[in-house]
Structure formats: C-alpha cells, structure tokens
Design a protein around this ligand. Structure first.
Ligand code: GLN
Length: 560
C-alpha cells in the first residue's frame, strides 16, 4: 500500500528518488511467449515511462538466459549492438532503450546473464559460503537470480523495478528465471506482478486473429507455476472485444488486463499506445496503488508529433561492416532520430557496406549524401573502405562524424593523404607499420583476457577553447563512454596539429586524444568515445544535433 506520500521527487541522473513515494518497492516482471523479438524491451521501457511520468522512480533490468558473462564477447551477428553503461558494463541493447526512454543511467546491476549468475554461485561455493551443502539450481541459482533482482530495489531508491526476462517462456534456458519469478510472486504477493507478452497472429486466408498461440503460451507458463497478471498481445490488427474476452477467459486474466500492442510507426509511440490501453492503470490497480494523477506526457507527445511530421529530410550515410544487420548500430540510429527531431527534419540513414567502397566508386556511392558517419568496429575488414569514405567527406566538405574506429580511420586517412605518411595505420590492423598513428593503449598491452577488458565506460574529457566540440557541448568538461583498446598515438600529435587536424578533446588523466576535428572543414569530427550511448529523447546528443544541423545546411546549399 502507498504510504502517506510526499509527491515531491528529486530524481538525480540515475533516476533514483530521494523521497519515498511508495513504502515498498514493487517488482514487475516482463516475460515473452509464442515468439522472440516481440518487443519486450520496448514494452518494458514504455511501461516504465508511463510510471515515471506519474512521478515514480523506476528502473529496468534485463535478465539474459545465455551462458556468456555479458554480450561483450559476442559478435553483432549474434547479438546486435553491445551497449555500454557509465560504469563500463558491456550490456544488452535493451538497456539503451531503457536509458533513451527514461533519461536515466543504468549500470552493471541492470543486466544479468546466466553466466554471471553461475559465476557468482560457483565463486561462493569455492569460498565455502554454502557450508557443505549440495549446490543446486533450486535454491542456489534461483536465490542468486532473486538477489540480483532485489539488489536494485533493496535500498529503497526505486518505487518500481521492472525486470525483463530474455528468451521465451518454455525455453530450457529460461526455467530457473521463471522459477525465481514463481517464488518471488509467492513471497511478495501484492508487491509483484507478471506481464506476459504474446503474439496474436492474423491469418489473412481466414481473415482472423488467432488466440491459440497465446493460450498455449500461458498454459506453458502455468505448468511452471506462474499465472501472468497481464497479457500484452502483439498484433497487426486491433483486438476487438470478443477476442479480448476469449483471451481473458482462456488465460485466467481480467478482460481489462488483455492489452493490445498493435504495430506502431515508431517505437517512441508505444508509451502513448500503452497509455491508451491503460497498461499503467491496470498495473497500478493490481498493485493496489492510486491511479491518479495521470502521467505527464506533454513533452513526449510533442517529440512523437515532430518525429511523425518532419519538415524536410536529409540523407546521411552510415558506413560500417555490419550495415545489413538492423540492430548492429542501434544506438547510432536512435541518436539520429533524437537529433532529427531537434532539427525539425527526418534523417534517412543510407546504410553502405564499408567493404564495397573504394576510391573509384566512392563518388557514385556517397555523392548524394548530406552527411557521412563512419561507424565503430574491430579488425581489418572494411577499414580501407572506411578510409576512402572519409577521404571523400574531407575533400568534398561533406559533414563527417567518425566514431571510435571511425575516428581512428579519420586519423589514418589524414596521416596518409595530408601528412604524407604513406603507411599510416593502426597497429590493430598492421602491427609492423612504421607510422603507427593509432596504437594500442599502454594499459592494454599486457591484457590477454577478452571479456570486460577494454577501456570501458565513462571517462572525463576536457574540451579545447574555440573548438567545434566546445561550441557543440557549450561546456569545457564532459564525460563520455568508451569501448576500445587502441588510441591516437601522441607522438604524432604536433605534426597533425601543424597540418590542420586538431585535438579538441583530451582526457585529463592520461592525455589521450578523445576528439579530433579539422577547423578548415565545414563539419569534421572524430570521437574516440561513443556519443550514441548517451543520446536520449529528453537529451539528444549535442554532436548528433550539430552534425544533423550541418547536414541540413549542406542540403540547403545544394538545393539553392
Ligand atoms: N577497434 C578499435 C579499438 O579497439 C575501435 C573500437 C571501437 O570502434 N569500438 O580501439
């Protein structure tokens, strides 16, 4: 029950509250059934947004049922983008959605994998923590899962902890998580509920929506001892009253707890659709909490409105070696959406495979673009194509943003074509080069372990007065997130600066070059960090805003 409440909240950047609104943290689990990729992350983030917009402090966590300790060691074909938090966790890309929707920061505690759960249990076993007991899935693994969930709620900082469980109910891998949910639901009664996301397919041949997959999925859930409280049904056609009644009857939920989740034009519309369906109200009622005041969503609505009604369009090339994978550059694509809305335009991302670009076809491939972004990456594949694209952007005054490997390639290109260092390279690709303009960081030289061993997470960066970077951020000191092993080789810095490429952002602790720019160029920026991890709906990233602005201006110049 709600304590006598003081509604004044002072959430800090992590979304934590200082004044308690509810006496006891509430736990909401979001599971999936029927098929994967139904959008549990977006539903979780949308519900969180609605609760946050009512003044509650909310955080979201993802439990992933794979054995990797984190997704940092998986390639983008396996797992899409690896998202990085301020505290240096390499995480599932859903954490990016959580941060972008809620404008909060997440941390190590927000993404738990089966690998991490087992690692922790095995470490405890080796330390003798279990006092001679046989260590088993139940209770030891399930206890560890519950501990990881409650960790976020334990200090009372959050009114709601929403926990999204990866995979699909019925998977062997998900069983311990579902069992942990069953136990928590049993122990916490009114403070815990389960939302199950299913698919209601439309059969064009018979012109009908089908509820059977949802019924079966809930049955499978029941076999594991869990009765979901709310069903969110993904569908391409509206669910009419009969269908809702039928699902409610077969799945033991109230009709108003059958929530339609119809395909949306943009993910940012989903909180508004969920509000129309009253998902937040149903949740609050089930947790015996007040359903007033209504969520304050004016700014969010204005954002969605602008997003759906752009005044113009700019085309920006996204150059990378994973462009065929929708999720590989997720945060970059979302950052462009935020920045486009800030510029009253839409950004059409033209995805160009870096392996297909060379000096002969570069004009044909990139000639119509208003801006060029060269993506992060690892290894040799596609590097020469990235360098060719950067040369084109530099020589033709096309706005350019290079991120991480994209920045490193910009340094290589400038070295080769402006400084005359023909063999300029990164030692990641050519360890023998005589011009190692990008080299392994001192602290990385002895690192042999793969997982979690790069320079990860937020580091300070000081911006040089008079630079484009300083003008974009309107600050002299920033913090940005990193994920790399190589860096600009400062032995070459004086030569670069003399030749016109300036270091405009420096890490004050180690003197690492974090930003390079070319003042002679209309808009040319390379960043060693990942600005895309920090862009949110409420706070679009200054580099993306200004890059898109430069692209709009180029488009207007060409049009006139
Ligand atoms: N491969 C480069 C490095 O490790 C760049 C990494 C990246 O783009 N995230 O430094």
């Amino acid at each position: 029950m709600v304590a006598s409440v003081n509604w004044v909240l002072f959430p800090n950047i992590a979304g934590r509250k200082i004044v308690n609104v509810v006496s006891e943290t509430k736990y909401i689990f979001v599971t999936g059934g029927v098929a994967s990729s139904l959008g549990k992350g977006i539903i979780s983030a949308s519900l969180a947004k609605l609760l946050q917009a009512r003044g509650y402090a909310v955080t979201i966590q993802k439990l992933d049922p794979y054995i990797n300790i984190d997704p940092g060691t998986m390639n983008p074909y396996e797992h899409g983008e690896c998202y990085v938090t301020d505290d240096g966790a390499e995480t599932d890309l859903d954490l990016g959605h959580y941060e972008r929707f809620l404008n909060i920061t997440t941390s190590q505690a927000n993404n738990i994998t089966t690998g991490r759960v087992y690692q922790s249990v095995i470490n405890k076993e080796r330390q003798g923590v279990y006092l001679g007991k046989t260590v088993q899935i139940i209770p030891h693994i399930t206890d560890e899962i519950k501990r990881s969930v409650k960790l976020l709620g334990d200090d009372g900082s959050f009114d709601f902890v929403i926990t999204e469980i990866g995979g699909t109910v019925g998977d062997i891998e998900s069983l311990p998580y579902i069992e942990a949910v069953r136990q928590m639901k049993w122990n916490m009664k009114d403070s815990c509920l389960v939302i199950h996301l299913t698919l209601v397919p439309y059969l064009a041949a018979s012109g009908e929506l089908k509820t059977k997959p949802t019924q079966h999925s809930v049955k499978t859930f029941l076999e594991a001892g869990v009765q979901p409280d709310i069903l969110v049904c993904r569908t391409e056609k509206p669910l009419d009253d009969d269908i809702r009644r039928k699902i409610a009857l077969f799945c033991n939920v109230n009709k108003n707890a059958v929530i339609e989740s119809i395909d949306a034009e943009t993910i940012y519309e989903v909180p508004l659709l969920m509000k129309e369906e009253e998902l937040d109200k149903v949740v609050l009622r089930k947790l015996s909490m007040p359903t007033t005041p209504e969520p304050e969503l004016e700014k969010w609505k204005a954002f969605v409105d602008k997003l759906k009604n752009p005044k113009r369009e700019v085309e920006i090339g996204l150059i990378g070696k994973y462009v065929e994978l929708k999720d590989a550059y997720k945060s970059i694509a979302e950052s462009f959406i935020h920045a486009a809305v800030s510029n009253d335009c839409s950004v059409k991302l033209v995805r160009i495979h870096s392996e297909n670009i060379n000096d002969d076809n570069v004009t044909e491939l990139l000639g119509n673009l208003n801006g060029i972004l060269v993506a992060p990456g690892f290894g040799e594949r596609g590097v020469e194509g990235k360098i060719a694209a950067i040369k084109y952007a530099r020589e033709n005054g096309v706005p350019f943003l290079g991120i991480c490997l994209g920045m490193q390639c910009a340094v290589i290109e400038y070295g080769r074509n402006v400084l005359g260092l023909e063999d300029a390279h990164t030692t990641e690709v050519d360890p023998q080069t005589k011009s190692p303009v990008i080299d392994i960081m001192e602290g990385q030289k002895k690192v042999t372990r793969k997982g979690g061993s790069m320079r990860l997470g937020a580091y300070d960066c000081e911006l040089v007065e008079g630079s484009l970077a300083r003008a974009c951020y309107k600050k002299d000191k920033i913090e940005e997130r990193h994920r790399h092993r190589f860096e600009f080789n400062n032995e070459f810095l004086a030569d670069y600066e003399k030749a016109g490429m300036k270091a405009s952002g420096i890490n004050p602790d180690g003197g690492l070059v974090e930003i390079v720019e070319i003042p002679e160029h209309p808009w040319f920026v390379g960043v060693q960090f990942h600005p895309e991890y920090k862009s949110t709906v409420a706070n679009p990233h200054p580099f993306f805003i200004n890059f898109v602005k430069a692209a709009v201006e180029l488009g207007e110049t060409v049009a006139n």
